[in-house]
Ligand binder design. Structure first.
Ligand code: WT7
Length: 652
């Protein structure tokens, strides 16, 4: 953490202060520190008041049952997430309000009012039932960013079938692993999706995956577009595969929402950890919906006429909580875009903001750094005056990017909410509130009301710089790792007693503001995507030419971190440039393009301790071009010096 610590010392001298602008205060959802005070006095009553904002078929008898590490929230209550996102908005004027406005990468558009979205979700829900899906059955979703992604999630929620969304950029193997771990019965996919003008062949990928998925019975195939279908192969297996349009054409638009227990599974979402296999993070219904809807409303200060755009993909938790469940539970108008920010030109996002009058914009620091690199002239071409609030998520934002975002995108008038949270936390945990908090560029500021966080050392002592720790349960917390309770306990609850360990380091400044430093474990954050070093290593050693591999992160000016792989080859294999390329592609094939190593270094040996443990810390020094840290525990110090020579020689 020494290097991050040094970077932080620079941050802590950050003197710039941004009090909430006057215009943000008028009519704000949270206009003063009242909620902080209420939650401080009675945390459970605070969360209960947010649960009461939802529609329940049956009330709860107990707000929280906490037997560490297991929490049950709103015990005894019954509700349905899709009902809360759709049906309850149909009574009043929101019935005909746009719920979802969508734009495809080629420029095609579609839009659904709440009434239309409700009907479509109900039809697909009935179609899934027709395929034999019952309450509790898992449904895998592998789709591009098209309306059917949200529709499929809500259709599952409506009938009580937990969904497992798999990011469309994942490889067939990664998809198969996730389908098998969840034992999914049905897969919802598409013929393909657009990315940078090209087509991602999702159905072909799915077919490859399904060769290894015995639990899977049926596939629903969304036709992304006629033009697209003509361009790529969409083989259909009789008896197993069905076109989405055929199924919904026959289905009724009446489908009662299944009353779910507050603690029934809403979804499983896989995320990377420190071992080779991803973890199925389990989220349940009542607590999750309570915290995502509360945070969406307060953090984004939602107003009835907002056009809200979160640029995440539904394949990640941000898409689950802040494209689908949070905004729709609040009756918001959600914008959804299929493709890349630089297609056909570098101003695609600003063009969309201007044309649809986006008011709230939520994106990742890596995207902001890319925009900075492309230059101010791209946003300058468009009228961004409707924007009133900006957000970031996914990794620490450097003050320079924060300032650029504030000045160039926000025109100096929009508050920025830097929101810290994780797949496991389900919803935003540490964040400013736009009309209340004076922000500092680079700081996530303070816990949301009702969240108790602190900084601890290994022994559980409170410190000014150390591990971030969540000391009390919160409604949207993960409930377990699907099928692996032991891993749940070991990963998150074994460091301290009854206290959650998120895996991040953080520091307080002199005024008590929180600054999140990043992961303290072997998890990388590459362009806002979480990737375990072990996953990439497993993919590399799976290649016939490789005997051993060690993966570390190297600081990257746009992606935050890039993947650097140190690889030892089998006796007699030459480390050619062609092999470098093949190894990169092998990782892409095993995991997906997000895990493609940027740097591959062939190493005769890897630096190891006398007990044989690879010292990643030293490899990181090599990758970053730093002076080597302590090498005294190495079995053979010459190994790392040789690597440094080699690597130093290779750098441009
Ligand atoms: C990890 C969680 C939360 C949705 C997107 C990522 C890092 C996230 C911030 C932030 C500093 C952040 C942490 C965290 N992170 N937001 N505002 N400031 N770091 O979800 O894939 O589960 O990754 O992202 O390291 O542990 P995820």
């Amino acid at each position: 953490m020494s290097e991050a610590g040094a970077a932080l010392d620079v941050l802590l001298t950050e003197e710039r202060r941004f009090p909430p602008p006057e215009h943000s205060r008028k009519g704000a959802v949270v206009a003063d520190r009242g909620p902080y005070e209420r939650a401080e006095r009675d945390r459970l009553a605070f969360w209960e008041s947010w649960a009461e904002e939802l529609d329940w078929f049956e009330g709860w008898h107990t707000v929280l049952e906490w037997e560490p590490p297991h929490a049950k929230w709103f015990v005894g209550g019954r509700l349905n997430a899709a009902h809360n996102c759709l049906d309850r908005h149909l009574e009043g004027p929101r019935r005909d309000k746009p719920a979802l406005i969508w734009e495809g990468e080629p420029g095609d558009t579609r839009s659904f009012t709440y009434a239309e979205l409700h009907a479509e979700v109900s039809r697909l829900a009935n179609a899934l039932k027709g395929l034999g899906v019952q309450k509790g059955d898992r449904v895998a979703i592998y789709l591009p960013m098209i309306p059917e992604a949200a529709i499929a999630m809500l259709a599952c929620a409506r009938i009580g079938a937990p969904h497992s969304v798999v990011f469309g950029g994942f490889s067939p193997e990664a998809l198969a692993d996730r389908i098998n771990d969840a034992q999914a019965r049905v897969l919802v996919t598409a013929d393909g999706g657009y990315r940078r003008g090209g087509v991602v062949p999702l159905k072909l990928n799915s077919d490859k995956a399904l060769e290894a998925c015995p639990s899977l019975e049926s596939v629903v195939v969304v036709e992304r577009g006629e033009e697209l279908s003509r361009g790529i192969e969409v083989p259909m297996t009789a008896g197993r595969d069905h076109f989405y349009s055929d199924l919904v054409a026959e289905a009724s638009s009446e489908c009662p929402a299944e009353p779910m227990d507050s603690e029934d599974l809403l979804y499983i979402l896989y995320t990377s950890g420190t071992t080779g296999t991803p973890k199925g993070v389990v989220h349940t219904t009542g607590g999750y919906l309570t915290q995502v809807s509360a945070t969406t409303k307060c953090v984004f200060d939602l107003r009835e006429d907002d056009v809200y755009w979160c640029t995440a993909d539904v394949g990640w938790v941000t898409g689950h909580s802040y494209i689908v469940y949070g905004p729709l539970a609040n009756g918001a108008t959600v914008l959804m875009y299929e493709g890349a920010p630089d297609w056909p030109r570098n101003d695609r996002f600003w063009d969309i903001c201007a044309r649809y009058g986006v008011t709230v914009f939520y994106t990742a620091p890596t995207a902001i750094r890319a925009f900075m690199k492309w230059g101010e002239r791209w946003p300058a071409k468009h009228d961004l005056s409707r924007l009133r609030l900006l957000g970031t998520v996914g990794e620490p934002i450097n003050p320079e990017a924060w300032m650029w975002y504030h000045r160039v995108v926000g025109g100096g008038r929009c508050p920025i909410v830097d929101t810290w949270w994780q797949t496991e936390t389900g919803a935003i945990m540490i964040t400013p509130l736009p009309a209340v908090t004076t922000t500092r560029p680079g700081s996530a500021t303070e816990p949301f009301p009702g969240i108790r966080a602190t900084l601890l050392d290994d022994d559980g002592n409170e410190v000014n710089a150390g591990f971030l720790a969540i000391t009390e349960p919160w409604p949207s917390m993960m409930r377990t790792i699907y099928g692996d309770e032991q891993r749940y306990r070991d990963t998150y609850w074994s460091k301290w007693d009854g206290i959650y360990f998120p895996g991040d380091g953080a520091k307080y400044d002199n005024d008590g503001y929180l600054w999140i430093l990043g992961r303290v474990d072997d998890v990388l954050n590459v362009a806002g995507h979480r990737i375990g070093t072990m996953e990439v290593e497993s993919a590399l050693v799976d290649h016939e030419a490789v005997v051993e591999a060690a993966v570390v992160g190297k600081t990257h000016d746009v992606k935050g971190q890039a993947i650097a792989a140190f690889v030892t080859l089998r006796e007699g294999v030459d480390g050619s440039q062609a092999l470098e390329g093949r190894l990169r592609e092998h990782v892409v094939q095993k995991i997906g393009a997000i895990a493609r190593p940027e740097i591959v270094v062939f190493a005769a040996d890897l630096p190891k301790t006398r007990s044989g443990k690879i010292m990643r810390r030293l490899l990181k020094d090599v990758a970053e071009g730093h002076r080597l840290g302590d090498t005294t525990t190495l079995a053979d110090p010459a190994v790392v010096e040789a690597l440094q020579m080699k690597y130093g020689g290779e750098e441009d």
